[in-house]
Design a binder for this molecule. Structure first.
Ligand code: SF4
Ligand code: SF4
Length: 416
């Protein structure tokens, strides 16, 4: 196992981290015996960064991980978890949620504590609620060792957040297809230059870059002198960047874990050759050619006066068409564009009134309003409002459960 040192914290972290979001399940619940065995197997072979979050598995992931890290495994790892902005309404709620998490994870401290899934709006709210003071105090009294945030917004918001606090770490989505999406390469370098450790999620784009490979893409892989699986190419591409500290992989198959451990033994920064990098950019170009809209995610077209999040619509629509996972993409679309975020504003493709403003600004000269009709046709229609309502109720329920749990922990602590 290779290790990279976090600039600010000095921790030596394994380049491969275990992301618990995708641990194996059985009959809709975490398969605890199998997942525990897999996590401990990875730790025994050098993995020392474990990532979870309160939202995973409807709140069941943290209590599970608390049990999985018993028998001395907690002490062998740096544990990361996240505070969901949607679960807090006040500064005090942040302390309550953290107390509940410490209780569920059966630990006295979290090594890396992150605000979960920030974008510009979520950060504005966390800042106004006193998020920076909360992180300062939690660090000072030892409940957390280091502070960070995970991110799903645009590059401007990313830079604003990086500059707004003395963060130790950030967690971004990054892979060879998302070089210019969300934080992207620009954000990676920006955070790296400011001394933040950068943890990567979605190195395989939810497994898509390793799953069913389109024939024109496979033809390019076949040209490579050194034969590697598509998953290995994707992981090595991320590790090739010296600014990357840890790559999280959501591993739930034994053979995948073994393969990832092997690759993590060899993935030095700057170890891919010029020819290999050129081959990989041809693969990325080929994937882009399969997209419905040639949107680069530059956001020059934004803001849309009708509130449509144009690049986000295209990102999900393109993904659905390249990888054929339309149902998953539709749920993601309704989650992101359906007004369930911190702003409460919906940004659906169907809100487009064809004013043409965005088309004047798009450097790719895309017929945006026409393309948005395709997005609306594929992702909206009958049932949209019902699904959004259901998701909204689900999140309200989850928030209520989180705070109820936190209050119980508080009561128990007072009795002691
Ligand atoms: S054409 Fe549609 S998407 Fe573009 S700016 Fe106008 S309303 Fe927004
Ligand atoms: S300006 Fe064009 S390419 Fe850039 S995000 Fe908007 S639609 Fe996509």
């Amino acid at each position: 196992m290779l290790y990279r040192t976090m600039k600010k914290t000095g921790d030596k972290l394994s380049v491969l981290g275990f992301g618990c979001m995708r641990v194996p399940q059985k009959l809709g619940r975490i398969d605890e015996a199998r997942a525990t065995r897999q996590i401990r197997f990875a730790i025994d072979r050098g993995v020392n960064y474990i990532d979870t979050a309160m939202m995973y598995h409807m709140g069941a992931n943290e209590p599970f991980l608390g049990r999985a890290l018993a028998d001395g495994y907690r002490e062998k790892v740096k544990l990361a978890t996240k505070l969901p902005p949607s679960a807090v309404k006040t500064r005090e709620d942040m302390d309550r949620v953290l107390s509940a998490q410490l209780d569920m994870l059966q630990t006295d401290y979290i090594d890396y504590y992150l605000f979960h899934g920030l974008n510009g709006e979520a950060w504005k709210r966390m800042k106004e609620l006193g998020g920076r003071d909360f992180m300062d105090k939690a660090k000072a009294d030892g409940r957390i060792r280091f502070a960070g945030f995970s991110f799903h917004g645009d590059i401007d918001a990313f830079k604003e957040i990086v500059d707004a606090y003395d963060w130790d770490v950030c967690l971004i989505q990054y892979n060879y297809l998302d070089e210019h999406n969300q934080a992207g390469t620009e954000g990676l370098r920006y955070a790296g230059a400011k001394g933040l450790g950068v943890i990567i999620m979605e190195p395989l784009r939810g497994g898509n870059l390793a799953g069913r490979i389109p024939a024109p893409v496979q033809a390019i892989w076949d040209e490579a002198e050194v034969k590697r699986s598509p998953a290995e190419w994707a992981l090595r591409w991320v590790w090739n960047h010296p600014e990357v500290t840890v790559v999280l992989s959501g591993m739930n198959r034994d053979d995948h874990i073994r393969e990832n451990l092997r690759i993590a033994d060899e993935a030095h920064p700057n170890s891919l050759t010029e020819r290999e990098l050129e081959l990989m950019s041809r693969v990325a170009e080929t994937y882009r050619g399969l997209m419905k809209a040639g949107c680069t995610g530059c956001r020059y077209c934004m803001p849309c006066p009708s509130g449509v999040d144009i690049p986000s619509c295209f990102e999900l629509h393109n993904g659905a068409h390249i990888f054929g996972d339309k149902q998953v993409a539709r749920i993601m679309y309704l989650l992101r564009q359906g007004g369930l975020g911190d702003s409460g504003e919906s940004s659906l493709a169907s809100q487009c009134v064809e004013c043409g403003e965005c088309e004047e600004k798009c450097p790719q000269e895309l017929p945006v309003s026409e393309l948005l009709k395709d997005v609306a046709k594929d992702f909206e229609g009958r049932g949209t409002k019902t699904i959004i309502r259901f998701l909204s109720l689900f999140f309200t329920f989850q928030r209520w459960m989180t705070l109820r749990k936190a209050r119980r922990v508080e009561k128990r602590a007072r009795k002691k």
